[in-house]
Design a protein around this ligand. Structure first.
Ligand SMILES: Nc1ncnc2c1ncn2[C@@H]1O[C@H](COP(=O)(O)OP(=O)(O)OP(=O)(O)O)[C@@H](O)[C@H]1O
Length: 254
């Protein structure tokens, strides 16, 4: 579905991403993990063509991303940035409905409305639907922006730390909704995320970045080894699982 090869990105002389090869299949959730400054957000922004990478070959369902029209990219790729800026004085329902804009046709209002109501219910946003976005807490706003991306029903979802402001209940609810979109609509999902246990629990595959390069990728049991965590984060950690539920406990600096 999404295939990237040799993606390199520089800020001036500084190499930020170095020959990244990455695939995200239909219905697959891939979590990008790695320390602050590793290049996770930059990678998402290069894929979404906000930043222009060097040498990269990027295709979505076999079509070169660089040759796709802006509107087709907007239909195919839903993106939730890390920095959401200041909130607009728009009702929550109307903000979420904006996600349908790339799909809107003269006769699509009924279908658009159903999709928006379904996502509002999945993310438990009913009680907020008539509130103004500029009166929401940080976590509430984050859930609204995730909802706006989910209603877009893109082939590819790019989510930059979508759970960073959420409490435990809403982290699970948000990641379960994303899992549902991947399972039922076949969307591929690429998520930059710091919570290693949450990433391991919901991702099909983890990709671990350090200083702009991929140092490990695969099932969480292969990627989240104490060795990799010490090498990439400089932290000694215990990694285990309770049944299929992974946990990571940081102990001390390595
Ligand atoms: N606008 C910019 N100008 C210059 N350097 C930048 C800019 N944006 C990011 N960088 C640098 O690029 C590198 C990668 O940053 P990026 O935001 O992609 O990392 P990240 O892995 O998403 O980090 P975090 O976990 O802190 O969000 C960092 O060294 C950062 O300082």
């Amino acid at each position: 579905m999404l295939a990237i090869s040799r993606l390199t990105y520089r800020h001036g002389q500084r190499l930020i991403l170095d020959h990244i090869d990455l695939q995200v299949g239909a219905g697959e959730i891939v979590c990008l993990v790695g320390p602050n400054g590793a290049g996770k957000s930059t990678l998402l922004r290069c894929i979404n063509r906000i930043l222009k990478s060097e040498h990269a070959v990027m295709t979505l369902d076999g079509h070169a991303l660089e040759h796709m029209a802006r509107r087709d990219v907007a239909r195919a790729i839903a993106y939730v940035p890390q920095q959401t800026g200041s909130a607009m004085a728009l009702r929550v329902h109307d903000m979420i409905a904006l996600g349908r804009a790339p799909h809107r046709r003269w006769n699509s209002a009924g279908q658009d409305r159903r999709i928006v109501l379904d996502v509002i219910a999945q993310l438990g946003l009913q009680a907020l639907a008539l509130r103004s976005c500029d009166e929401l807490s940080g976590g509430e706003r984050q859930r609204v922006l995730l909802a706006r991306a989910l209603v877009q029903q893109g082939k590819l979802l790019l989510l930059d730390e979508p759970t960073s402001d959420l409490d435990l209940h809403h982290q699970l609810e948000a990641m379960s909704a994303v899992r549902g979109i991947a399972d039922h609509q076949g969307s591929g999902v690429l998520i930059a995320i710091h919570d290693l246990a949450l990433a391991a629990r919901f991702a099909d595959r983890l990709v671990m970045l350090k200083e702009g390069s991929i140092v490990a990728q695969g099932h969480w049991r292969e990627v989240l080894t104490p060795h990799n965590i010490a090498a990439v984060y400089g932290v000694n950690a215990v990694v285990g699982s309770d049944g299929d539920m992974p946990y990571v406990i940081p102990l001390r600096p390595a």
